[in-house]
Design a protein around this ligand. Structure first.
Ligand SMILES: *Cc1c(COP(=O)(O)O)cnc(C)c1O
Length: 489
């Protein structure tokens, strides 16, 4: 049954809301604010409700099905996060309130800073940046401030491995630096000879994702950090893949100087459709004074200027680090995301977070092991929380990674990440996350194996996929070049 479009239900004069009688004097809108007759559908409340509910069901989401989008960590977001984020004490505060009246909010932010420090080993954390890429930008500005503070102005290069995420070169370039790409070796690590060739007194720093976007732990991490530090550069950690490390390894102890966290990935806050996110940055002691601010500090209640009933032994206030690069975001940053991430951390506790990382790694290795005999696995090593297959089968040369991904939608799964990282041809990057059950993983394996058979026996099924979704295969090139945002009438 095809549902009627809301425009087809429209009847002139029908209205979906009832407003109370006007009891104030009426005036006309200023002329510039009147846009004439907008062709909006006129429908009753029930039809409007059905329209939006129907639309909401056309989307795939992690609450509907498996979502193995590599690097993005689409884990299940526990609903208790939403409950705490909705507590009246949080939602009914205003960013302009005096800090003495929002001690609870500040206590939560302080607690989150402390938890991120404990998990990462860094000495200081700022919660300001609003996303991972924003955290990268902040991190590079911190590196610049550090070099400038030493009068070292000849540094212009940021080194980035060819497996790096697209935001890395973007952040480097936005900061006015030159980006230099480093090759990967045959095991998927940074090629040390290439690093040696580029490591000199013009290096600002190296941006490294560990585990990298192939899902592989960098085997020469110690040597890389030593080389970069020896030429006066800093080690930037892209922490998007922290989901593999929680409670197991601390980036500061591994040799990183500054790193961003993606609260929306690792710490389970919903992040489909571009936001909202939060990308705190952590730094070692020597960089703490450059952090973006304000950050939250704690003092003993007896020296505190705030007096409030029921206050704990401490009080909290906002401070700007002494040589801060400044603000990255208005007010406190994305506070509601912080509440959700804080809740997630407190619900799991230290042991639970470690277990989450262990399960994420176990699940990824389970899938990798079951699929690698059928789909080529270019870097055949034990993986961390994700892995990258080639979506190209020797027996089905006409089938591409994109076709496999589209066909997965017919089986009810969100496709993996396609064509990234760039160093794997026809890349299919799969991250199952720790929240999926054995049954779900097994069904996904079944689907992937069935698709591999279809690719050989009836490739048209893949080329025409998806057939079962509200929108079938679109011409992506034409859609990008001749974008049509209006409905044909
Ligand atoms: C997601 C991601 C980023 C960017 O983070 P956003 O929060 O999307 O801005 C950077 N690096 C890697 C490896 C990522 O997966």
């Amino acid at each position: 049954m095809t549902e009627p479009l809301i425009y087809e239900l429209s009847v002139s004069g029908r209205c979906g809301v009832s407003l109370p009688e006007v009891d104030v004097p009426q005036t006309d809108l200023p002329a510039g604010m009147i846009r004439g007759d907008l062709p909006l559908p006129e429908v009753g409340e029930v039809d409007l409700m059905r329209h939006y509910t129907r639309l909401s069901q056309m989307n795939h989401g992690v609450d509907i099905g498996f979502y193995p989008l590599g690097s993005c960590t689409m884990k299940y977001n526990p609903k208790v996060n939403e409950e705490t984020a909705r507590l009246p004490g949080f939602v009914r505060t205003h960013p302009y309130q005096h800090h003495c009246t929002v001690q609870g909010n500040l206590e939560l932010m302080y607690g989150l800073q402390e938890q991120l420090k404990a998990l990462s080993g860094f000495d200081a954390v700022s919660l300001q940046p609003a996303a991972g890429a924003h955290g990268e930008f902040a991190g590079i500005l911190i590196m610049r401030a550090y070099h400038e503070s030493k009068g070292d102005e000849k540094r212009v290069k940021i080194l980035i491995p060819d497996s790096g995420h697209g935001t890395n070169p973007a952040s480097a370039t936005m900061s006015g630096y030159q980006m230099v790409e480093l090759r990967s070796d045959t095991r998927g690590n940074v090629d040390l000879s290439d690093l040696r060739a580029h490591c000199d007194e013009t290096v600002v720093g190296l941006m490294l994702t560990n585990p990298n976007t192939l899902g592989l732990f960098e085997e020469h991490l110690q040597e890389i950090c030593d080389l970069v530090h020896a030429c006066g550069g800093l080690m930037y950690g892209d922490g998007a893949n922290f989901n593999a490390l929680m409670g197991i390894a601390k980036p500061a102890e591994l040799g990183f100087d500054v790193m961003h966290f993606n609260l929306h990935k690792t710490f389970s806050t919903p992040h489909g459709g571009g936001g909202p996110g939060s990308g705190p940055v952590g730094v070692v002691e020597s960089l703490a004074r450059f952090l973006p601010g304000p950050i939250v500090e704690r003092e003993e209640a007896r020296t505190c200027e705030c007096e409030a009933e029921g206050m704990s032994a401490f009080c909290y206030h906002l401070v700007m680090p002494e040589a801060s690069i400044g603000r990255m975001k208005s007010f406190y940053g994305n506070f509601s995301v912080m509440i959700k991430a804080y809740t997630y951390i407190r619900m799991l506790g230290a042991a639970g977070l470690r277990e989450a990382s262990e399960m994420a790694v176990l699940n990824a290795n389970y899938l990798q092991t079951k699929l690698k005999g059928v789909y080529p696995l270019p870097y055949d090593r034990i993986c961390m929380h994700e892995f990258v297959l080639e979506g190209r089968l020797p027996a089905a040369p006409e089938v591409h990674a994109l076709d496999i991904s589209k066909r997965l939608m017919d089986y009810g799964y969100h496709p993996p990440t396609n064509y990234f990282p760039l160093i794997v041809p026809e890349a299919l990057m799969i991250e199952p996350t720790e929240t999926e059950s054995r049954q779900t993983l097994d069904s996904f394996i079944e689907a992937m194996l069935a698709i591999a058979r279809e690719a050989v026996e009836s490739p048209e099924l893949l080329h025409e996929a998806p057939r079962s979704t509200p929108i079938t295969r679109v011409d992506e090139v034409r859609a990008a070049r001749q974008l049509k945002l209006r409905r044909e009438t």
